[in-house]
Design a protein. Structure first.
Length: 340
């Protein structure tokens, strides 16, 4: 009698990888040239987030490019085939290893720069103020138990009580009075508070100290001021933008507070070294791009504290500090394409 019992299926259906998973696999393979990489599942997930974020940035930038008058439209399309993938792979792995997430507000931003020599977009990585916090709290030598950041207005009461022979602990007095009528911003301060109060430190910044950290080409959408007004692809004059000056001042003080935490040399690892290398490359890219754009026009005073252009402005909500700079730069080496 024939055996009519159905045999169990043994074929395993392979799950096809998503684009972001293929991207992650490709960048890890490319970045492995700098050494052994042991990314955790969470860090690999962050690599996928970089793909998702940059993919959307490229699509949005291409839409804006096509909306421009053909006379002023950049020739290089915003698409993956035009991205310097080997350099991007190193940057993505470096920042993911530091657990900086591009999907979270103000952690890390990617800025495309057009390289006229290679006909590719190089991607610069800029840490937001939350990214600086992440790195400082992970690699700091003497990490404060609490970091306090405040802006001071003309109607506020603020006084620093410095540490001296009669006062063993540095502290401050800060009162806002009428919270809805504080006057103009006159400065800001940050305080590093430690479990051992004798280590406490309070640093004040005047409004001039804050303003001098504003990039020379700061976006009016963020800092306020005048910007070019365009109609039908043509410049028709200037318009005044209120911007988010208060939020930008606060973020500037915030950056200073975490930049003031000294890195512990004993904590520096391969991930930190790779991030530092990418940081330097990113600064070189942005500075050289500014020079290429502004050569023989004016003296440059470039600050890399915050290179900012908005993605979009949402009513009654301060926008995420998202750089969006595209320009030309000198060559940075041979580039080849990664398939994913």
């Amino acid at each position: 009698m024939a055996d009519t019992k159905e045999k169990p299926k043994t074929d395993i259906v392979k799950k096809e990888m998503t684009q972001s998973e293929r991207f992650t696999q490709a960048v890890i393979k490319e970045a492995s040239s700098v050494g052994d990489l042991n990314l955790s599942p969470f860090q690999k997930k962050l690599c996928q987030n970089y793909f998702i974020k940059l993919d959307q940035q490229l699509k949005d930038a291409e839409i804006k490019r096509l909306q421009q008058d053909e006379k002023y439209r950049p020739a290089l399309e915003y698409k993956w085939e035009n991205v310097n993938m080997p350099a991007l792979a190193l940057g993505v792995v470096a920042m993911a290893s530091m657990e900086l997430d591009p999907m979270q507000p103000n952690q890390i931003f990617m800025v495309p720069y057009a390289n006229k020599h290679t006909k590719k977009y190089d991607i610069s990585f800029t840490k937001g103020y939350r990214g600086l916090e992440t790195v400082a709290m992970k690699y700091g030598r003497d990490i404060p138990a609490q970091v306090i950041v405040e802006l001071v207005h003309s109607n506020d009461t603020f006084k620093i009580i410095k540490k001296d022979m009669n006062n063993p602990v540095e502290k401050y007095i800060f009162e806002t009075g009428d919270a809805f009528d504080r006057g103009d911003i006159v400065g800001g301060f940050y305080a590093h508070i430690y479990a051992d109060a004798h280590k406490n430190k309070v640093v004040a910044m005047t409004i001039a100290d804050i303003e001098k950290r504003k990039p020379q080409k700061a976006s009016a959408e963020f800092w306020g001021g005048e910007k070019d007004k365009w109609e039908n692809g043509k410049k028709v004059g200037k318009e005044t933008i209120d911007g988010w000056h208060t939020e930008m001042c606060r973020k500037t003080v915030y950056r200073a507070a975490y930049n003031d935490i000294t890195i512990d040399s004993s904590k520096i690892d391969a991930n930190f070294q790779l991030m530092s290398r990418i940081d330097k490359d990113s600064i070189d890219i942005s500075v050289r791009a500014e020079i290429a754009t502004n050569a023989n026009t004016e003296t440059l005073d470039i600050s890399h504290e915050e290179i900012a252009q908005p993605e979009k402005k949402v009513a009654k909500k301060a926008p995420e500090t998202q750089p969006e700079v595209q320009t030309e730069q000198p060559p940075v080496g041979e580039q080849e394409e990664i398939k994913f």
